[in-house]
Design a protein around this ligand. Structure first.
Ligand SMILES: NC(=O)c1ccc[n+]([C@@H]2O[C@H](COP(=O)([O-])OP(=O)(O)OC[C@H]3O[C@@H](n4cnc5c(N)ncnc54)[C@H](O)[C@@H]3O)[C@@H](O)[C@H]2O)c1
Length: 131
């Protein structure tokens, strides 16, 4: 069983939680979000107890309970949070875009240098032409 944390349980975070719930061998064990309403929906979607719901991603990472995390917070938060995730040494799927500037993306790539896990910048939906 791979234990996932979802950082940012807004629209896309909930989508990821629901998708992970449908995958055998995946379990969402924790979420983090600074907004109380997002935490409420994330907790409900993941079916986890209060002690696994965090206001801060740093507390989620420090708990050491996740093998992998999905980062689905707003774009401008990705660079700082990715540095913390990579320092924690867990696998990560970060929602697109990786960062909000070339400089931010380079910062993240530098932080990922030597990381021993998966670092995946994910675009969940693929456009299918109507023909
Ligand atoms: N792959 C796709 O098709 C697709 C579609 C839409 C959005 N996105 C991307 O997904 C990400 C999230 O977008 P959304 O539409 O779900 O936004 P949203 O506003 O619905 O959700 C973002 C959530 O992140 C929370 N948040 C804010 N700061 C945070 C922090 N420091 N740590 C943790 N959580 C924090 C907010 O409280 C909110 O609940 C963005 O990067 C966006 O570009 C991807």
């Amino acid at each position: 069983m791979i234990r996932y944390g979802v950082i940012g349980s807004g629209m896309m975070g909930l989508e990821h939680i629901n998708n992970l719930n449908a995958i055998a061998g995946a379990e969402v064990v924790a979420i983090s979000d600074p907004e109380v309403t997002s935490r409420k929906y994330g907790k409900y979607a993941a079916g986890i107890c209060d002690s696994m719901v965090f206001e801060s991603h740093t507390d989620l990472l420090a708990a050491g309970i996740c093998d992998a995390v999905v980062l689905a917070s707003p774009n401008h938060t990705h660079a700082d949070i990715m540095e913390d995730i990579l320092a924690a040494g867990v696998h990560v799927l970060v929602e697109k875009p990786l960062g909000t500037s070339v400089a931010e993306c380079r910062r993240i790539l530098n932080a990922a240098e030597g990381h021993r896990g998966v670092v995946w910048m994910g675009l969940e939906y693929r456009y299918k032409p109507p023909i």
